[in-house]
Design a protein around this ligand. Structure first.
Ligand code: NDP
Length: 294
């Protein structure tokens, strides 16, 4: 990982994430080698002292630790296949998002070429890279994680190791993104409804924030009950929730905004009613959602 006393790393992929990561390594005094399909994205980093390798092969050969910040694993194969003979002995810190299964396949592919893959799910935005509070989930070979922990902590101040299954970090990442995308779409939907009624996103900011903040209390209340399969209905009966979901849907259609998202939500509540959960907690929807729609 180091040339002489200077720690060194290669970063492949210079989208917003890869550029932030390379910048964080430069901030911490690393010798940084770069490669990107669009070479010009390296300009500002080269001006700060990074070296742009003329080929992927030379970027891989420059350092043991190679951080991959590519869109997905298809991009990774596109980039690495032409230079795969240079993978022997490398540690691939694979921070591109993809499915757990594809991440396991990528780890096998790397191992067959003599490289070790650490899979990472970065739970941070580019602006948070290099900051103490930011966090990445890792899984893969424990010894490799331990040996290179200092470099990983340059990328995000916190790192969590989650076992040797290379797909597990990807699973944790996709769990987080499942919540992030659906929650943010819920927010955009609320903003669309507010707009249709003459309100701005700023007007509803406090209300939206209070609503989002209340969710963690629901998670804490339901987690152990859901794990135990307990869906005893009280103030949270599915029948009440279904009526509410229909009100939400009707409010959106009355306002003339798109109803795809509230329709999908009401549809899931209706499936719960059809499965005889009317008197159960609306947490019973997790049983409906745990299998594909018939
Ligand atoms: P981008 O998709 O903007 O950029 C990724 C890089 O992939 C670019 O350097 C791009 O090259 C390269 N690339 C894509 N396809 C190919 C290909 N076929 N061949 C060669 N190079 C290719 O992603 P980000 O930088 O935003 O993110 C990187 C990864 O980190 C993604 O998997 C993302 O999901 C994940 N992530 C991103 C976050 C974010 O907030 N942005 C947050 C957490 C994780 P070129 O410059 O030539 O286009």
């Amino acid at each position: 990982m180091s040339s002489g006393t200077t720690p060194a790393v290669t970063v492949v992929g210079l989208g917003p994430m890869g550029r932030a990561m390379a910048g964080a390594f430069l901030d911490r005094g690393y010798a940084v080698t770069l490669w990107n399909r669009t070479a010009s994205r390296a300009d500002a980093l080269v001006a700060r002292g990074a070296v742009l390798a003329p080929s992927v092969e030379e970027a891989l050969s420059a350092n043991e630790v190679v951080v991959l910040s590519l869109t997905d694993h298809a991009a990774m194969y596109d980039v690495l296949r032409p230079a795969e003979h240079a993978l022997e002995g490398r540690v691939l810190v694979n921070l591109g998002s993809d499915t757990p299964d594809r991440t396991r396949t990528a780890a096998r592919w790397a191992a067959e070429r003599g490289a070790a893959q650490l899979s990472g799910g970065v739970a941070a935005s580019p602006a948070e890279i290099g900051l103490a509070g930011s966090m990445t989930f890792y899984s893969g070979p424990r010894a490799v994680f331990d040996e290179h922990r200092a470099a990983l902590e340059v990328i995000t101040g916190r790192v969590e190791f989650h076992g040797e299954d290379p797909g597990f970090a990807a699973l944790l990442y996709q769990i987080g993104m499942t919540m992030f995308w659906t929650s943010m779409l819920g927010y955009w939907q609320a903003v669309a409804l507010a707009r249709a009624n003459g309100l701005t996103a700023t007007d509803i900011l406090a209300h939206a924030t209070d609503t989002a903040d209340s969710l963690s209390g629901f998670f804490a209340f339901y987690a152990s009950r859901v794990d135990a399969g307990e869906h005893v209905g009280d103030v949270d009966r599915l029948a009440m929730g279904t009526a509410s979901a229909e009100h939400v849907l009707r409010t959106h259609s009355d306002a003339g905004v798109d109803t795809a998202l509230p329709s999908a939500v009401a549809g899931i509540f209706r499936r719960g009613m059809a499965a005889d959960h009317a008197a159960d907690s609306f947490s019973s929807l997790v049983e409906v959602m745990a299998r594909p729609e018939a």
